[in-house]
Design a protein around this ligand. Structure first.
Ligand SMILES: Cc1cc2nc3c(=O)[nH]c(=O)nc-3n(C[C@H](O)[C@H](O)[C@H](O)COP(=O)(O)OP(=O)(O)OC[C@H]3O[C@@H](n4cnc5c(N)ncnc54)[C@H](O)[C@@H]3O)c2cc1C
Length: 311
């Protein structure tokens, strides 16, 4: 068998258009599918042929190299969504926006913290996406995926090892296919009001007018060492558990700093934005300079929330 026997396979497929940064080169092979058996077969093929693979969802948390990816990119197109009592079964390819709309339409509530986040259910589970103090793990019951032996498996919420922007899926080559969510019925109008307020807040604080992947770095958890290192340099009194990465970037004078068309946004320094014609290399180098400066000034290793692909 050769890879082109998979009937929907594309070669030298440009990935920039599938990302919110709008940068990146070609995938050597690209397959978009909603067919679980096809996913199992292609994973088996990859294993047998020693072909590397990666998954793309909505491309809103990815920085893809200008050189692209010398392997297979899989896009999981499972957009099934249905509800049985209060349990929602949702495909990995469903956009968070469409999921929230479906929840509201059926008079359910309780997922306001994923409203306004771009991307898909698969990507959100992978990185445990969230905002305003909640994350997607709050409402997950279980996740179904295909493992590297092409077997279909299911993990319940506890087994997914969720914590701040982390899950078991970040540490294995698992392909998320769908998930079950548990949501309550509630006051849909009050729920809509909260979401509208949050959209306004996002628009006022974040540069949505530019291409980006949201917050580039994770916020920094405050521990005793960090508090001791920084107490005479920075005023941390307004932070309880975490120091926002944007605050640190601003404090070292890099808010607004540019490399080519890549910039640490003037509006929110942790949003690295593509002002028009940035290359992936520019964004990557900007992130590198920020990390080096924060390390030098504060001895803190900033960790990326954004995932690198092809670097
Ligand atoms: C303007 C803006 C605002 C944002 N605000 C927030 C926010 O408030 N909170 C937040 O948490 N994030 C935010 N983000 C980041 C991003 O939207 C989330 O991380 C989102 O969950 C990524 O989902 P995605 O489908 O786009 O994943 P992608 O970017 O396509 O992929 C991200 C990672 O998930 C993996 N992945 C995707 N699908 C699957 C699958 N089916 N199986 C296995 N792995 C998979 C990919 O391999 C990759 O490593 C923001 C982004 C933008 C552009």
């Amino acid at each position: 068998m050769i890879i082109t026997d998979f009937k929907n396979i594309k070669t030298n497929y440009n990935l920039a258009k599938l990302t919110t940064f709008g940068v990146g080169g070609d995938a050597k092979y690209f397959l978009q599918t909603d067919d679980i058996e096809e996913i199992q077969s292609i994973l088996k093929f990859c294993k047998n042929e020693n072909l590397k693979f990666k998954i793309i969802g909505g491309g809103s948390n990815l920085l893809i190299s200008d050189d692209g990816y010398d392997g297979l990119i899989l896009k999981i197109d499972n957009k099934n969504i249905h509800i049985d009592n209060n349990i929602f079964s949702v495909g990995a390819g469903v956009l968070l926006r469409d999921f929230v709309n479906f929840v509201i339409k059926n008079s359910y509530v309780g997922c306001d913290f994923i409203f306004g986040i771009p991307g898909t259910i698969g990507g959100a589970i992978y990185g445990n996406a969230g905002s305003f103090g909640g994350d997607i793990s709050n409402i997950i019951k279980s996740v179904r995926f295909i493992n590297s032996n092409s077997e279909i498996k299911e993990l319940d919420k506890k087994e997914c090892k969720f914590f701040y922007r982390e899950s078991i899926f970040k540490h294995h080559d698992f392909v998320i296919f769908d998930a079950k969510f548990d949501l309550p019925k509630g006051d849909v109008n009050a729920f809509k009001k909260i979401m509208l307020e949050r959209i306004k807040l996002r628009n006022s604080k974040q540069p949505w007018e530019y291409k980006s992947a949201g917050s580039f770095f994770k916020n920094v958890e405050i521990n005793n060492d960090i508090r001791k290192n920084l107490e005479n340099i920075l005023d941390l009194s307004k932070f309880i558990d975490n120091i926002p990465a944007g605050f640190l970037i601003e404090s070292v004078g890099l808010k607004g700093f540019c490399i080519g068309d890549a910039q640490a946004s003037e509006k929110h320094a942790n949003f690295l934005i593509n002002k028009g014609d940035a290359k992936a290399k520019d964004i990557y180098n900007l992130a590198k300079i920020i990390k080096e400066k924060i390390k030098k000034e504060y001895n803190i290793n900033l960790k990326e929330e954004v995932q690198y692909l092809g670097f």
